[in-house]
Design a protein around this ligand. Structure first.
Ligand SMILES: Nc1ncnc2c1ncn2[C@@H]1O[C@H](COP(=O)(O)OP(=O)(O)OP(=O)(O)O)[C@@H](O)[C@H]1O
Length: 907
């Protein structure tokens, strides 16, 4: 028993190392890095080469870690960075593409046959404790595991980089405003993740075997262990991995070891149902931040909004698309396709017909996954299991004497039932937890099939002989085509109904869907059930084609290929599913003899699509057809009565008084904006704005809701770029600063406390204050600085060890100001500092601003309490629809009769 626990702990440490690599990247970039499996494979093969060269083992390990780190950096540069403005799922899929490429390349270089990697030490006994003996290699693995865990814990909890990582994890924009170089932090995390992935591969491979895909299989199990523990903390990951390692070892020893994945699945399902964020995890609290659309995306989004749910959009509405395809054209496209498919049996040979029939069966399964992932936003990796359920249902039915077609019909029903059962817990989970549960299900099912050998004939499989008329290849083709047409048309019709709209509403925003009166869990469960039923049908059809079903045909990689087909073809598109299914069926057939690994081709295709054609091959084809027919975006949109981009504002801007000419003078100006226009999409929010802040001045920025006040602050601190005009800081242009503009401006002395304060709730008060050091001139917070700032806010001194999320609203505001002051800003911009504060606390905050200004720091204040801010300020600007309509000394602005009521209530 003790020996089992000890070896379980060692396996657990291995899971922990791999898991830490995952988590460090996930926390900072919100990307599930599937490419880690390929990275580990490269490291292990390089190590094997180096050992063959006769290098000493420590050198091999060091070089292996170096390769891991370099690959981590490469993945960040090539995938995470260019795709950083795209949804996290897209980036995760891109890492899946990278995984396939890395595995393919490794296979090309070293072959796919399993090999062994020598362990660091031989397996001789290293330690005898009573009856238990631990091998030297086990001791080595345990030692490395412990060191790796402690080192990562120290980095995350005790270093400046770790503090930056934790800040980026819960509020990347806010971290930037504090001077954290988010790009550099993320790069460091990917390097660290690569090193940990490499280390895990070096330690695991000698215990198992070496093949291009072996480390990926280990990683997927490690992933289960990590999510079980809780994805949010280093300690949670380690404890979860250890518990998982010991539990699976105990199960392997004392229960039937052939059902290990099934037990794992049941255990994980139970934990996730009871604790949806893992045993030790909790929901990571995020700093509320505005979502800033990237420039490139903005127009496409408008297009997407215009095209979703369009009547006549028979394809069930692609998720995004700048061009709305006229319904007639779409119908004509389908008609042409149908004609081509109908003439196929008369123009091609039996082999090709069989290939196409296979693609149609695959299409049914892929469309099932598209209903789940593309239409309703649930990424499942369990599709292979449902394909297996369908194939086996039909085969068992035939085995019991039922006609094959009845078996196929039963597959649909049983698949739907199984989907309903798994969906009940799964659809209540969000994001990666749903993916995880379905992934483990996919692992467990082939094993369960072998175990239930009385019914399934175990590893030998079962025949699934089709009815006699299907022995003729052309008949098989017609049959599969008819099934594909029926399913495709059914999903298209459904996508255009209330149900389809509900899927898309839940996919786009669960909260939004709830506000429309929908129940997201029910909608998702419906989609999950349908998706599973279609997968099972696809599985049964596939079984009929081959005439046989066996457990080996339904590994997890089949799920990955199905997901690949969805994305390649076009997520949320029926036509896309057909193209995707054709791609994954036909391409391997065409390239089979070339010696190029299939994964390499799939990976390259996936990356190309994700980078160049986010709507998949279907979108690409659609665009090409429209271009060939002379459609242009705006013309196509107008043909549908749609408008791309908002109407230009026609209401004249009321001008109270021309801005004071002193704005354009003021040689002592610290900050100067001249003719600045800026915004978030196509239309500017700020229009030709002039504004200055002098040294030591308090300037108030007033205006009604939506006038653009926060946008002015965001433009100054570089959160959004100015479209035109000049911004200068002490006479130097602001735009000349490096890329991470917000971090750069913080370091140059522009402090920006955003609306909502930007406090990191899961960091302590002291850690929040330490973040002030990132933009400080000395890049550190000296004890004197801390004492000076705590002198302003003594209450914070008593709360240094407390989590900032537990502070009162007033204390949080004080913390935000104190943190900003620690970076020694020369201009402090505050956005609604009194929002939600009791009058007395508000007054204290205002008094503090006066003291700060008296110490030489300029203040630009956006404040809803106009009377209080005018009383405090030296000068004021009044904004309306992004233009300055009144400016001057604060008392003159306050006295202006047209101010009251027109733009804001003074007082
Ligand atoms: N993150 C964003 N993405 C897209 N548009 C935005 C974003 N933030 C603001 N806007 C738009 O810019 C305009 C100005 O908003 P802004 O928040 O600057 O106004 P404000 O004067 O600060 O208003 P409030 O007092 O209500 O905060 C509004 O029309 C708003 O819809």
């Amino acid at each position: 028993m003790t020996a089992v626990v000890i070896s379980g702990l060692i396996v657990g440490l291995l899971y922990a190392i791999a898991g830490l690599g995952f988590v460090v990247i996930y926390r900072t970039s919100k990307v599930l890095n599937f490419a880690m499996g390929g990275l580990g494979a490269v490291v292990a093969y390089v190590a094997s080469d180096l050992i063959d060269l006769g290098l000493p083992y420590p050198v091999v390990v060091l070089l292996g870690l170096l390769v891991g780190g370099l690959l981590g950096a490469l993945l960040e540069l090539a995938i995470a960075r260019p795709l950083r403005d795209r949804p996290h799922l897209t980036v995760a899929l891109a890492t899946l593409g990278a995984l396939l490429i890395l595995e393919g390349l490794v296979g090309l270089r070293y072959g796919f046959a399993p090999q062994s990697l020598a362990p660091a030490f031989d397996r001789g006994v290293g330690l005898d404790v009573g009856p238990i003996s631990i091998s030297t290699n086990q001791l080595f693995v345990a030692g490395m595991g412990l060191v790796a865990t402690v080192v990562l814990f120290a980095i995350v909890m005790r270093t400046r980089l770790g503090l930056g990582m934790r800040a980026v994890s819960s509020g990347p924009l806010t971290a930037q405003l504090l001077g954290v170089d988010v790009g550099r932090v993320r790069m460091s995390a990917w390097i660290l993740g690569g090193v940990y992935g490499g280390l895990a591969a070096l330690l695991v491979t000698p215990l198992t075997y070496l093949s291009p895909g072996s480390f990926t299989i280990f990683l997927l199990t490690a992933f289960a262990a990590v999510v079980l523990g809780g994805f949010t903390s280093v300690i949670g990951v380690v404890i979860g991995a250890l518990v998982f390692g010991v539990a699976t070892n105990l199960l392997l020893t004392y229960l039937d070891s052939s059902l290990i994945s099934t037990y794992t699945f049941l255990g994980v399902a139970l934990v996730l149902v009871l604790r949806p964020h893992g045993i030790f995890g909790r929901i990571e609290r995020q700093v509320p931040e505005p979502s800033i659309p990237s420039r490139r995306r903005a127009p496409a989004r408008r297009g997407a909004r215009a095209s979703v749910g369009r009547p006549g959009s028979t394809d069930g509405a692609a998720p995004a698309g700048p061009v709305a395809v006229p319904a007639r054209l779409r119908l004509a496209g389908w008609a042409v396709l149908l004609v081509v498919l109908l003439v196929m049996p008369f123009v091609t040979d039996d082999r090709r017909l069989f290939l196409l029939a296979t693609a149609f069966a695959m299409f049914v399964g892929v469309l099932g996954l598209n209903v789940l992932a593309g239409f309703s936003g649930q990424v499942s990796l369990g599709q292979s299991a449902f394909l297996a359920i369908g194939a086996y249902t039909a085969a068992v039915a035939v085995d019991r004497g039922l006609p094959p077609l009845v078996g196929v019909a039963l597959a649909l029903v049983v698949g739907g039932g199984a989907g309903l059962l798994l969906g009940l817990p799964a659809t209540r989970l969000s994001g990666i937890y749903l993916t995880l549960l379905t992934l483990i299900f996919a692992f467990a099912l082939p094993e369960l099939i072998v175990y239930l050998k009385d019914v399934t004939n175990g590893a030998s499989g079962l025949p699934l002989t089709p009815p006699e008329f299907l022995f003729v290849p052309a008949n098989m083709y017609w049959f599969m085509l008819a099934a594909a047409c029926a399913v495709g048309a059914g999903v298209m019709v459904l996508a255009g109904t209330r149900t389809g709209r509900a899927w898309r509403a839940v996919r786009d925003s669960e909260d939004g869907a709830r506000s429309l009166g929908l129940k997201p869990a029910g909608v998702k469960l419906g989609a999950f059930t349908l998706g599973s039923a279609l997968a099972a049908l696809g599985g049964a059809l596939g079984g009929l084609l081959v005439g046989f079903v066996g457990p080996d045909s339904y590994g997890v990689f089949v799920s990955i290929y199905a997901l690949l087909a969805v994305v390649l073809g076009g997520s949320g598109s029926v036509f896309g599913s057909l193209l995707g299914a054709l791609f994954i069926t036909v391409v391997p057939d065409v390239t089979g003899g070339s010696g190029i690994p299939q994964n390499l081709l799939f990976g390259i295709a996936l990356l190309l699509v994700l980078f160049l054609a986010p709507r998949g091959l279907a979108g690409l084809l659609e665009r090409a057809t429209l271009a060939a027919l002379g459609f242009r975006e705006r013309r196509a949109a107008r043909a549908h009565g749609l408008e791309i981009g908002p109407e230009r504002e026609t209401v004249a801007d009321p001008v109270l008084e021309t801005p004071s000419s002193s704005d354009r003078q003021g040689s002592e100006a610290l900050l100067r904006l001249v003719g600045v226009s800026a915004g978030y999409g196509v239309e500017p929010v700020l229009r030709e704005l002039d504004l200055t802040v002098g040294k030591g001045e308090i300037v108030a920025l007033l205006g009604a809701n939506g006038a653009g006040k926060s946008t002015v602050l965001r433009t100054i601190s570089g959160v959004i770029p100015a479209d035109s005009g000049d911004l200068s800081w002490e006479g130097e242009p602001l735009s000349g600063w490096p890329r991470h503009q917000a971090a750069a401006s913080a370091r140059r002395g522009i402090g920006h406390i955003p609306e909502g304060r930007g406090i990191f709730p899961d960091l302590t008060v002291k850690e929040n204050l330490d973040l002030g050091s990132f933009a400080a001139p000395s890049r550190s917070v000296s004890p004197e600085d801390l004492e000076r700032v705590l002198g302003y806010f003594p209450i914070l001194g008593d709360r240094l060890g407390q989590l900032a999320g537990t502070l009162s609203g007033g204390e949080q505001q004080m913390l935000a100001i104190a943190r900003a002051l620690l970076s020694r800003p020369r201009l402090l911009m505050l956005d609604e500092p009194s929002l939600g504060l009791a009058p007395l606390i508000s007054q204290q905050v205002f008094n503090m601003m006066r003291t700060i200004a008296d110490s030489g720091v300029s203040i630009l204040l956006v404040e809803q309490n106009a009377r209080a801010s005018l009383a405090l300020a030296d000068r004021a600007y009044v904004l309306s629809r992004g233009r300055v309509v009144l400016s001057g000394p604060a008392d003159e602005v306050a006295a202006n009769p047209s101010l009251t009521g027109s733009y804001l209530e003074v007082g």
